[in-house]
Design a protein around this ligand. Structure first.
Ligand code: FUC
Length: 841
């Protein structure tokens, strides 16, 4: 039930593309959108390709090895991940496996007393006794989530002297990390990739001088583990902790617990490797694999865990079959299968903003931080976002976590778990519009799991129907509030809107793919369940308007009488925005499917408390016009309805859009990585490309490992490996920043296809191929001097479309009409047919 074949009528290559770990194996059709399967009379003429071959820069490269993890280069196949340091004599590849988490399936009864506090809490809130409300909210908390764990480090020792001509690189189109150097005239090359079709990591050493490769290969782990050998295969096996506390919990004696009291917590895991060589001798014992005097060496590495699904005891069997199968294929075959697989996804989109650079990536980033113009680096950042999603989101039911799949710490920042008050959603903002719908499938599966655990959480904590998700979750689909019964701050721990927000991704998936079966069988039941919780959660205020209570504006606080500060109140703007969006999407789903059972839920819509504009002209964040002790707070939760939702729009609700803009101005630009990425998208929605771009440049400020390990407010940027710096590393900023770039080039949330809606002056000329708009329109276009030159649009699903542009358009004899500040052209498109438009003067 987790995966659905997306039925598009494009010419399609059908391959098995998903990671096949312990979870069920499923094949998903991979399409090649962007390539028109056929054309008809609608096509006026065929332009050249959007980008000249080679115009795009697909390489991160460096003149020195990584000194720290945030300089190492990420590779992955959605399930297995590696961080390649590119060292010469003592190479390290940090290893990850997406399903390696602490703990086991969620426990039924977390806090049976919780719901008795709901009524007193509401009384306290409506009488504005916020101190009492805060005290009671803490009584409604549960335990901490589990943690995403590092598997270990691969140690690849090579007997070698000081090198010259050193470089290392990551080719993001090919998904290959390559290190090369010369020693005494012999050229050594080491390549690493992780194959999705064959589920294996491959490391290959070559040398221009025969018999010159001498290696000692082993691995270590921060987790308890042991080493062994069978038939030339070297293994490292362990059992994950039964529980790991978040890194911000500092009051427990034993934050990492191995004791497995109910025998279902703490999964087994294994890493296995075997080497082959051309020439030379290979010996294997428990200390590792030794290779002497070889001319070429290939190391095959597999990783597995006992994870069998969110609700099952993680005691799956682990075997070396996949490793052996991969070895039979051999290096050349594995490489070509790997390349064919990653190219299907990566090549759907190209972006050329001009500008090449001869500098290595870290020096380029440093120059950019000082103000250099480098649109090539910006385009690379965009494609890197897509690359990271391809590498980290292909495991059924296991979406990209706070660090994607890359984590080297036993107690990673925020447990490297799922935070649902912005972070995990931001991970997927890029997916549909950058032509990677398959990568949304793990999130869709996960939402289905949350609906199961969230149903018992709703019943247990609130006596409510439907399903609820609070601000943290994990691989076990935990849905209850965190906080260890009183130690969490309600502004994050008690927030119950995660489910209602997450289901908008299901609706969006339908909008992009037009998959009615998916809408009927998967999206609608989950959206309905989320709305049923909301129906029980809403209560009337003194004016008879439906509101939420308790209600938080993640993770902000407000000042009320006598300069007191609180975080729990009534009907925050974000709550009301999420609910309105959910009901609007349900209504739209209803109009597609005609589901009469929705009428009661849909009727809630007109009784909801409306938005309010505050004293400074801003979109008010709270029920009353309170101010915040932190006016530049990183969360811009009250702007949810401008982005990611679209109830507030310049075109349809201009007064609210103006208020939202004022809120954004008052919040300021600076923030954490993801905060700035969100603001890029918000400014793009306000059609202010230059402001969006200013924020985007902040996202690419060079940040070093030791700059603020864990912070609240400021200082976001990018590490030398282009990982987003919150700081510390969080992958959401990479995905959100890349999504913001797409949002500057194409928007479709208002029912039309807006070409170059927020093009910044800095990107005056360029071209893009393969961006997707809602309704299934695949857009290639080219522009010059800020004006559209041509656009080629493939309609995957057919139907009417209004093309909007600031440049007048012409298609055959049809000319666009002036409307507002731009021009529109209405077309009736046919399924799977491409049409071509020219910009005119
Ligand atoms: C939310 C944010 C923090 C951080 C964490 C993972 O709690 O407020 O800044 O991103 O998630």
């Amino acid at each position: 039930m987790k995966f659905y074949l997306i039925m598009l009528t494009l010419t399609s290559l059908t391959v098995g593309v998903f990671a096949q770990g312990a979870a069920p194996k499923t094949n998903v059709a991979a399409q090649t959108p962007g390539i028109a399967a056929k054309t008809n009379g609608v096509v006026a003429r065929t332009p050249g390709t959007a980008t000249a071959a080679g115009a795009q820069d697909d390489r991160l490269w460096y003149r020195q090895p990584a000194a720290v993890w945030t300089e190492a280069l990420p590779i992955g196949n959605g399930r297995m991940g590696g961080m390649v340091y590119g060292r010469v004599a003592d190479e390290i590849v940090s290893l990850n496996e997406a399903t390696l988490w602490s703990g086991g399936p969620v426990r039924g009864e977390v806090n049976p007393e919780a719901k008795q506090y709901l009524d007193p809490l509401r009384i306290a809130l409506f009488t504005e006794n916020y101190e009492e409300a805060e005290r009671l909210a803490r009584k409604m908390q549960g335990g901490w989530s589990e943690s995403y764990l590092p598997l270990g480090d691969l140690h690849l020792h090579q007997d070698i002297a000081k090198p010259v001509a050193y470089t290392r690189e990551l080719n993001i189109r090919d998904g290959i990390a390559r290190t090369s150097f010369t020693v005494n005239g012999a050229k050594y090359v080491r390549e690493v990739f992780i194959s999705a079709p064959d589920q294996v990591m491959v490391v290959r050493w070559t040398c221009s001088r025969p018999g010159s490769i001498n290696l000692m290969l082993g691995a270590s782990s921060l987790l308890r583990s042991g080493h062994g050998t069978t038939d030339s295969i070297w293994t490292m096996r362990g059992k994950a902790p039964a529980h790991v506390d978040p890194n911000y919990v500092d009051y427990t004696k034993e934050p990492v617990v191995y004791d497995d009291s109910d025998s279902c917590r703490g999964m087994p895991w294994m890493m296995a490797m075997r080497a082959t060589s051309r020439g030379g001798v290979i010996t294997v014992d428990t200390s590792g694999i030794k290779v002497s005097k070889a001319s070429e060496v290939v190391l095959y590495v597999s990783m597995q865990t006992g994870f069998r699904g969110f609700d099952k005891c993680p005691d799956g069997k682990m075997e070396t079959r996949e490793l052996e199968k991969a070895m039979q294929l051999g290096y050349t075959e594995l490489l070509s299968r790997h390349l064919a697989d990653i190219h299907i996804f990566f090549d759907r989109v190209t972006l050329d903003l001009g500008g090449r650079s001869a500098l290595p990536t870290d020096e380029r980033l440093a120059a950019y931080t000082k103000g250099a113009v480098d649109p090539g680096l910006e385009a690379l950042y965009f494609q890197y976002g897509r690359y990271l999603l391809i590498c980290s989101s292909r495991t059924p039911g296991v979406p990209a976590n706070l660090q994607g799949i890359w984590n080297a710490e036993l107690r990673a920042p925020w447990s490297s778990n799922y935070t649902t008050n912005i972070n995990v959603q931001m991970n997927y903002w890029l997916a549909e519009e950058s032509n990677l719908p398959e990568m949304v499938q793990p999130l869709i599966g996960f939402i289905g799991e949350l609906a199961v655990t969230g149903k018992s959480a709703a019943r247990q904590f609130y006596g409510a129907k439907g399903w609820v998700v609070h601000h943290n979750s994990d691989i076990w689909a935990m849905a209850t509030p965190v906080g260890d019964k009183g130690r969490g701050e309600p502004k994050w721990a008690n927030w119950p809107m995660g489910g209602a927000w997450l289901v908008r991704h299901l609706w969006e998936h339908y909008l992009y793919t037009g998959d009615r079966q998916f809408l009927k069988d998967t999206a609608l039941p989950l959206m309905k369940g989320a709305a049923e919780f909301i129906e029980d959660w809403l209560i009337p205020d003194a004016h008879g308007r439906l509101v939420t209570a308790p209600s938080m504006s993640p993770e902000n606080e407000f000042i009320y009488k006598d300069d007191k500060v609180s975080d729990v109140s009534v009907a925050t703007t974000m709550d009301m925005g999420i609910i309105r969006d959910l009901l609007d999407n349900l209504a739209a789903a209803d109009s597609v499917l005609g589901d009469t059972s929705l009428s009661r839920l849909l009727a809630l819509r007109q009784r909801l408390m409306p938005y309010q504009v505050g004293g400074q002209g801003q979109l008010q964040e709270w029920y009353k016009d309170y101010s915040s002790p932190d006016p530049h707070h990183r969360h811009v939760s009250h702007l949810y309805s401008l982005y990611p939702a679209n109830e507030i729009s310049l075109a349809r609700t201009s007064a609210l859009a103006a208020a939202a803009q004022q809120s954004l101005v008052l919040r300021g630009d600076v923030g954490t990585g993801w905060s700035m990425a969100w603001k890029v998208n918000l400014w793009a929605r306000l059609l202010d490309g230059n402001h969006a771009y200013r924020l985007f440049r902040h996202l690419l400020r060079l940040t070093r490992e030791n700059e603020i390990k864990m912070g609240g407010g400021e200082g976001g940027g990018a590490y030398p490996n282009l990982f987003d710096a919150h700081p510390p590393f969080q992958i959401d900023g990479n995905f959100g920043g890349a999504a913001g770039m797409a949002e500057m080039l194409l928007q479709s949330q208002d029912g039309d296809l807006h070409l170059l809606p927020a093009l910044p002056d800095a990107w005056a000329s360029g071209s893009v191929k393969g961006l997707v708009g809602r309704g299934g329109f695949v857009v290639d276009m080219s522009w010059k001097g800020g004006r559209l030159v041509w656009a080629r649009v493939l309609s995957r699903l057919g139907g009417k479309v209004v093309i909007r542009s600031s440049t007048p358009l012409i298609m055959n004899e049809l000319r666009s009409k002036k409307e507002g500040n731009g021009f529109v052209l209405e077309l009736d498109t046919k399924e799977n047919v491409t049409f071509y438009l020219s910009g005119t003067s």
